[in-house]
Design a protein around this ligand. Structure first.
Ligand code: GDP
Ligand code: IMO
Ligand code: MG
Length: 429
């Protein structure tokens, strides 16, 4: 049976509020699927005042009756998965009855973390500012056809041989090229034999599982479209495709099964780590965005760089994702601003690809061209109906929708699940 499916994708540099939207939409779904990234992600759910930060497990996990799937496109750290399962179980969530994991997921192991850290360390000023979780090296091993995958851990003998070979290979680079300590194969061998017990009841052919579902399927993006390895600000990107197209390759859904692509957009812009950021503010407005938005990374706790909304960049990510609707997040953070700016173009070179891709230092010469809108200077956090938003706030939403050419389906005015203003179309269950 053909499923109706929706992909939920971040359109900026991550942390747009994807977790909140997936949690909100998930009760009507049969399954919620992560299809790329790993525990570099940090998705925050706030329900009844209680905060849950998820890294690997899909954001439908709080909902009874929803199958949560970690698809083949995700790189899985056995340690991170175990910790997350235990964290959720300590809150009384029956994770093991709600979670399935593809046997085809490549593993993120200690050698990948060591390589990630050594590479960042040796890069000095030119470092990417990765999360240090080993994500890049794990994807490299997948493409190089030497990854250890979840399905491999059930045959202990052959798995141990694969680990031996993999560690031998990476230790050469770690010790001879980077001059750091080697990683120990036997520690990983022991870890994976314990992991085999944990994962055995959860691991399955998730392609078959998804194609057997008869309800709606929700695909949960991680990172953001400007961190996509092809379409982002390369090389200051993550190591996977983060756009909607990856929902297919990372899950085994087919081309004809994605009916809708929901873009998640923060009402301003943030970025963690290094790389181009045309609208970045290093002034009191930037500081106000950071403090009102509590802009610290959900995974590493690093302060997020902040700036105005970049419509020029959003037009590009809307295009490559085929976005059909947008949720505008953290709108309440703008409540105290007298003036709000939208970057509608860049001065001079208006070619976005050359702006983002051709500057290996990540330093931009491009200057944003801003359109200025009056702020509403009032508290929107208790508004739930669009007509109750101040007229300046409505004008801002409508002008943005016009500039982007996409309907804004909801405006989020707080971290909690219920803090949502439905705008034009009823999407919320
Ligand atoms: P994700 O990675 O895209 O899921 O987003 P994160 O969870 O990393 O970051 C979003 C942060 O903003 C989290 O702390 C959320 O609880 C919070 N948040 C989400 N929506 C809103 C909102 O509308 N207003 C405010 N003030 N905070 C929000
Ligand atoms: P969510 O899903 C924000 C960034 C890192 C770094 C770059 C590469 O919560 O939106 P990596 O460890 O992936 O090799 O780092 O990507 N990054 C994120 N930034 N949110 C995320 O996830 C991110 N995942 C990776 O900061 O700049
Ligand atoms: Mg996040």
């Amino acid at each position: 049976m053909r499923n109706k499916s929706i992909a939920v994708i971040g359109l900026q540099w991550g942390d747009e509020g994807k977790g909140k939207i997936v949690d909100l939409l998930s009760p009507r779904s049969a399954a919620v699927v992560r299809f790329q990234g790993g525990h570099n992600a940090g998705h925050t759910l706030v329900v009844g005042g209680a905060k849950t930060i998820l890294h690997l497990i899909p954001s439908g996990i709080l909902r009874e009756g929803v199958v949560n799937v970690i698809g083949n496109g995700v790189v899985v750290s056995p340690e991170a998965l175990r910790n997350e399962i235990e964290m959720l179980e300590s809150k009384g969530i029956p994770v093991r009855t709600r979670l399935k994991v593809s046997t085809e997921c490549p593993l993120v192991l200690s050698c990948h973390v060591a390589l990630d850290l050594a590479r960042e360390q040796s890069a000095g000023e030119a470092k990417i500012g990765t999360t240090g979780r080993g994500i890049g090296p794990a994807y490299e091993d997948k493409v190089a056809r030497r990854a250890i995958r979840i399905g491999d851990v059930f045959d202990t003998r052959s798995c141990n041989e694969k680990i031996e070979k993999l560690y031998d290979y990476h230790n050469f680079v770690l010790t001879k090229y980077f001059g750091v300590d080697p990683v120990e194969a036997h520690t990983t061998q022991e870890e994976l034999s314990k992991f085999a017990e944990l994962i055995q009841p959860l691991a399955c052919d998730t392609v078959e599982l998804l194609h057997k579902q008869s309800g709606e399927i929700l695909f949960e993006g991680a990172q953001g479209s400007l961190l996509d390895v092809d379409f982002g600000t390369y090389p200051f990107v993550t190591s996977s495709n983060t756009i909607a197209g990856a929902a297919i390759t990372g899950s085994g859904a087919n081309l004809f099964e994605i009916d809708e692509v929901i873009g998640v957009v923060k009402a301003y812009t943030t970025r963690v780590g290094a790389g181009p950021f045309p609208t970045e503010l290093n002034d009191p407005d930037g500081e106000l965005l950071a403090s009102r938005g509590q802009e610290f990374g959900s995974t590493t706790g690093r302060p997020r760089r902040c700036g105005w909304l970049d419509v020029k960049a959003l037009r590009r990510t809307i295009q490559v994702n085929g976005v059909t609707k947008i949720y505008l997040m953290k709108f309440d953070v703008l409540d105290t601003f007298k003036e709000i700016k939208l970057c509608v173009d860049y001065e001079g070179d208006s070619n976005i690809q050359s702006t983002f891709s051709c500057n290996p230092t990540g330093i931009l010469s491009v200057k944003p061209v801003y359109e200025s809108l009056p702020g509403w200077e009032s508290d929107t956090t208790s508004v739930r109906d669009y007509s109750e938003l101040p007229s300046e706030a409505q004008k801002y939403v409508e002008r943005l929708s016009e500039l982007l050419g996409v309907e804004i389906a909801g405006v989020s005015v707080g971290a909690s699940r219920d803090a949502m203003v439905n705008s034009h179309q009823q999407l919320i269950p």
